[in-house]
Design a protein around this ligand. Structure first.
Ligand SMILES: Nc1ncnc2c1ncn2[C@@H]1O[C@H](COP(=O)(O)OP(=O)(O)OP(=O)(O)O)[C@@H](O)[C@H]1O
Length: 340
């Protein structure tokens, strides 16, 4: 059974529906990441589940129980916000044990659980440290330990790693995934960073203007974006209108091969940057290499055709043309997706 279910939830601010009939479930032990551009309604969704935001329509159930009228502190959900809001006047231990104290957990048990949680988040023995003496990443871990302490049946994270630098974020997100797996935590997280969502989530939900644009496993969404919006949001730039007939599509970039069984007619085409090959200018679509950026294991090359938008290609170091060079572009059908 779903631990959390939103059924056609609508929230309006004035005329505007910030959540527009959103339906979503989160199964027990599942990690679901809500992804979407700024203003798409992600935080509002979390606030609704937490009981911080009243709804104008629809309902929220937790373990089958309608949450209408259930106050925040009775919902059994943990919240961790972007600006993790630790209590500056309390030490690390005081922060982590706060929720336990509120629930009347006794001193010895509080200390035992606090120590266990600090071990878990990689800060063993740091109970007496002042919050101000912690790095951003350490503060984030303390905030996480604090959110986990009351053993919430649902843990909600709002841009949990938002303020950290990339390297630390990438490390922590892998650690979080391991941690949630070990603890069996059910998680609903919000982020605008697709890399973070794809690492953390069993399932991702992509939002657009208060509606769900797509939901699926990270692999499903990555391989088959539902539409041009999702494709572009995931960072794919080679998206063009096309007319598909059999194994080819007519586009502004010429004829592009498509996988067998692709839907036909007027469609939108996505060409993954890895599906672009370059050769001598006489073969394929003639383009000028406008920019080439070294990315470690590949070169990102922007190719400018005579007509239509530029193409973004990912080429190996050996293959990549010099900036200003003329090349001929051909497409690999395996990296072409006909969007529905
Ligand atoms: N209390 C409020 N009154 C009026 N409008 C609001 C209120 N809270 C949020 N909004 C608006 O609702 C929309 C969705 O906000 P929300 O914070 O849910 O988006 P988000 O996807 O979390 O964005 P971000 O990634 O920037 O945090 C925004 O346009 C925001 O300005």
């Amino acid at each position: 059974m779903a631990l959390l279910a939103l059924d056609q939830v609508t929230v309006r601010f004035g005329e505007r529906a910030v959540l527009d009939s959103v339906s979503l479930t989160v199964a027990e032990h599942e990690t679901v990441c809500v992804l979407g551009p700024s203003g798409s309604g992600k935080s509002t969704l979390l606030r609704v589940v937490a009981g911080l935001q009243p709804v104008d329509g629809g309902r929220v159930t937790l373990a089958g129980v309608d949450q209408a009228g259930v106050p925040v502190h009775r919902r059994g959900v943990g919240l961790m916000f972007q600006d993790h809001q630790l209590f500056p006047q309390r030490d690390v231990g005081g922060n982590v044990s706060f929720g336990l104290r509120m629930r009347g957990v006794g001193g010895a048990e509080r200390r035992r659980r606090t120590a266990g949680l600090l071990d878990l988040v990689g800060l063993p023995g740091s109970e007496r440290r002042a919050v101000a003496s912690l790095s951003g990443g350490e503060q984030q871990r303390v905030a996480l330990a604090r959110a986990l302490a009351p053993e919430p049946r649902l843990l909600m994270l709002d841009e949990p790693l938002g303020q950290l630098d990339r390297g630390l974020r990438e490390r922590l997100v892998v650690e979080l995934r391991g941690l949630f797996g070990r603890l069996g935590t059910t998680v609903l997280a919000v982020t605008h960073d697709q890399g973070e969502a794809f690492t953390l989530a069993d399932r991702v939900v992509v939002m657009r203007d208060g509606r769900i644009a797509q939901t699926g496993t990270p692999l499903e969404v990555w391989q088959r974006p539902a539409d041009a919006f999702v494709a572009r949001f995931l960072g794919f730039d080679n998206v063009v209108p096309a007319t598909v007939s059999g194994a080819v599509a007519d586009t502004v970039w010429g004829r592009v091969p498509v996988p067998a069984g692709s839907p036909e007619g007027a469609r939108t085409l996505l060409i993954r940057p890895g599906g672009i090959r370059v050769g001598p200018a006489a073969t394929g679509l003639r383009c000028v290499a406008e920019a080439a950026v070294f990315r470690g294991d590949h070169v990102a090359v922007r190719l400018r055709p005579a007509e239509g938008p530029a193409l973004e290609a990912e080429l190996s170091l050996g293959e990549a043309p010099r900036e200003g060079a003329e090349v001929g572009v051909v497409f690999a059908a395996g990296d072409v997706v006909v969007l529905d």
